[in-house]
Design a protein around this ligand. Sequence first.
Ligand code: MG
Length: 336
Amino acid sequence: MNKGPLITLAHGNGGRFMRELIEDVFARHFGTQQLDPGLDAAPIALDPEMVAVVSTDGFIVEPLQFPGGDIGALAVHGTCNDLAVSGAVPRFLTLGAMIEEGLPLATLETIVASIAATARENDVAIVAGDTKVVPRGHGGGLYLTTTGVGERMPGCSLGLGTIRAGDEVLVSGPIGDHAVTVLLEREEFDLSGGLASDCASLLPFCQPLANMAGVRFMRDATRGGLATVAHEILRGTGLGIELRESDIPVRDEVQGVCEILGYDPWYLACEGRVVAVVDPAIAAEVVALWRTLPGGEQAARIGSVNGSAHGVVLRTELGGERMLEELEDDPLPRIC
Ligand code: MG
């Protein structure tokens, strides 16, 4: 099959091919208002009344494209979501692209277009970037790194330190869609049944909560999934977490794949789900709000912070108790 022109080492040599790649692919899609290839460093203007926050993340997902998204959408949403769960609004983004020799130019262009579209969706400007080309066999086609700068209202008190016993744990939608979608796509299993990654912006879920009284903590349940967020809460507070299996939304397709392949949905990565810890007095209000948002239809109250529980406990559908240990092995490498 003719894949068209391919990335060569000359696209990373600092000369004409690299300049053309940056101008014709990256800058063209991002728009010169955002990325000015003539600058070595981009000035950014931040609101002096706000607190600036910054976050960075690398993306190595395989395959590069999958139902519901691609590495480009993942890289933009991933960093913007880290800012969003911190109570911030993303403003600026930088992008590092490590491209493997032999990647079809058309694939790169599709992913760059996806990065640009996802940045527009998040209303974030890509102001700086870098490209490198690594020799064939030294990279997974394309690796991306994004750094995001956002603005947060002063006085935002979100944090593990504000969590207290009796607080409720909420999730904004079904868990594990992203991990199972990527796994099925990678292994070419014919099991998907229309499943797609949940890769999406969490800003609509997080912004209304950022300064709401009674909201203690938010985290996007990415690598390691819900159980890993619960362990973070446990470690950060010393308080146990009890999760109720019957209340945690898991799609039938995800459950089915977990049963066949022996995975636990509690540990599977999401890319568009937020876990929040809130005062029980506002739990119903937050879930009702989330359920009005696209992707939030199955938002649920799934557990509580429990002073007397030791560890992360899953109350099973049959009424038993199961300890969810901290993840050790990586059951699904290169998922994000
Ligand atoms: Mg995160």
